[in-house]
Every structure is written in C-alpha cells, then in structure tokens.
Design a protein around this ligand. Structure first.
Ligand SMILES: *Cc1c(COP(=O)(O)O)cnc(C)c1O
Length: 308
C-alpha cells in the first residue's frame, strides 16, 4: 500500500493552554508535518494512491502536473517521483526567475523538468495538456494541487478511529480534496471544519462537488468551511498572522506554515475566544505540513522562522 517511504506514523499531540482550559476544550494536533522530510502532510497522502497506480502501469507514464513558483505540491511531487524513479514535468505559473528560488531549485535537483508558462496560458490547462500529449506518448496528468479522485480516496486514510471520536476535526482548505477525504473518513462522526486559505466562499461548492463525484451514493452534512481567516488571500500574510505563528511556536515548539496551517490555527483560536466553539469540545487540528512554504514568505517579505 505504502509505495512512498514514510518515517513516522502521524500522532496526536496535545496542546495545553489557559484559553483552552478555561473552556474545558481539549485540542490535539495531528502531526502530518513529520511523516516525511520532503513529502510532508496531506501531499504525501494525496500522492500515494496516484503513484501506486502509476508504477503499476506498463510502461510507466511521465507525470505532468502544475503549480506556482513556491508550490508545496510541485515540491512533494518532485521528491516522490525521484524516490520512485518516475519521470515528471512541472508546469509553472508565470516566469521562472534565475537563480531558481529554493522550491524550484529543489524540484529541479529531484529531476522534475520545469516548464514556465504565462499566467494566461496557465489558466487553459486543457490546451496545455493537449500540447504536451503531442510530444509525449504516455502522460499521467495530475491536476493543480494534486486533487483528483484517487487523492480524495487517499485522504480517507488520514482519519483513524481515535479521530472519529473527536467533536471537531479542523483542516486547512486549498482545493478541497483533502477535506473531502476527511469528511468521508469521519463517516458522519463529529464535524469537520475547514479553513479556507483563499479569499471567497467558492470552496464549499468545490468540496461538495468532490464528495458527490467520489461518493455518489452517500450524503454528508457534518461539515462547513469558514472563509474568515484567509488574511488577504492565498499566500498573503499579515503581521497579526506572523505574530500568532511565532507565539505558537515559542509556546508549543510546533512550527506552522504561513499559507495553510498558520491560518487554520489562528482561526481556531479566534473562534474559541469568540465562543463559537462549544465549551467542553474535543478538537483535532490537522497539521498538513507545507513548511517549505516559508520559502516564499522568506523571499517576498524577508521573514524567517529561524529568528522566532
Ligand atoms: C496543499 C495543502 C493544503 C490544501 O489541500 P487541498 O487538498 O488542496 O485542499 C493544506 N495544507 C497544506 C500544508 C498544503 O500544502
């Protein structure tokens, strides 16, 4: 089952805090960030069934996928393909700057062939795929962010029996694939609360569509997404967010990423403070990894967590 190596089964780490004690809330963090040095968190899970499928094909196809210049998905895919000896191509949104940023330098070192395309060309993925299909006989296309049906199915496995007993599972949301798998994995136990990393409300629709597509015979009502904690939009940061991540790190020794898990945890604390989460609840927040995302914040804003 596990074609990509895994160093450590994700475990639940308790977080203790006066804010939580006052309300009788227990908070656990599922440490998906520690499962693999290079293929962390939900990207490990999303890739696992896809890569298992690919290496079973004869001949093994070339993997084609998409991402931004600091994409966690490109980073993880390059590492996983290198481990398994799969050829891969990463179509990168926008110009590629030289020297390569740390994310793209890593992907290149791992053997991913990077192809920059303009932002407008990047929007028309179908056309790009057609162009590549002309040049490559066997291609396996993995959508942006790695979300497809196999990825959603893989994410069911992120939920174990202990998590099904929690009142609330919290997860950051990008494309919604991970959340859809977790909602299905909870089997109507507890509720799943997603924190959108993007501005706007459209992710509820995305998760809903994935659930209908992958599990057409089931209906799930135990989930919601809040879009109140995007901090200006995807990849955007605020001083308040960075201050929170720094404080959280100092108090608990757990580093959150600035694109997804930092925004989720900020939101969880804010909702607890506002009594939007019932007293006495048990919460499991999923640390979906993505710490290489600091590369973007380091380069764009000069903020580096090693100075925390
Ligand atoms: C990609 C990513 C997400 C979002 O996952 P989706 O399945 O696209 O919703 C969340 N957290 C981290 C750290 C990620 O890298």
């Amino acid at each position: 089952m596990k074609v990509i190596t895994q160093f450590q089964e994700p475990f639940l780490q308790p977080v203790n805090e006066p804010l939580l004690e006052d309300r009788g809330i227990s908070l656990w963090i599922r440490r998906e960030d520690l499962i693999h040095q290079e293929i962390s968190g939900n990207k490990w899970w999303k890739l696992s069934l896809n890569l298992q499928h690919i290496i079973g094909l004869d001949p093994v196809p070339t993997l084609l996928t998409f991402g931004g210049a600091y994409s966690n998905h490109l980073y993880a895919t390059a590492a996983a393909c290198s481990e398994l000896g799969i050829e891969c191509i990463g179509i990168v949104r926008g110009e590629i700057q030289q020297p390569l940023n740390p994310t793209l330098a890593f992907a290149t070192e791992k053997g991913m062939k990077l192809v920059p395309v303009t932002r407008s060309a990047y929007r028309d993925k179908e056309l790009l795929i057609q162009q590549f299909e002309k040049d490559f006989s066997g291609l396996y296309v993995l959508p942006e962010g790695g979300t497809n049906e196999l990825a959603v199915r893989s994410c069911i496995q992120m939920v174990n029996g202990r998590m099904q007993k929690m009142d609330i599972i919290c997860v950051p949301v990008g494309t919604g694939g991970t959340m859809a798998g977790i909602v299905a994995g909870m089997e109507s136990n507890g509720s799943v609360l997603g924190f959108s990393a993007l501005k706007g409300n459209f992710l509820t629709e995305e998760v809903d569509q994935w659930l209908q597509k992958v599990f057409p015979d089931e209906s799930f009502t135990n989930w919601t997404i809040t879009s109140d904690y995007h901090h200006g939009g995807y990849g955007k940061i605020t001083d308040e967010l960075i201050g929170f991540i720094e404080q959280f790190y100092i108090r608990h020794g757990i580093l959150l990423d600035p694109v997804y898990t930092g925004k989720m945890m900020f939101g969880i604390y804010d909702m607890i403070r506002r009594d939007m989460i019932p007293a006495g609840s048990s919460i499991c927040a999923i640390h979906t990894g993505g710490l290489q995302g600091w590369n973007g914040v380091r380069e764009r804003y000069g903020i580096d967590p090693i100075s925390f």
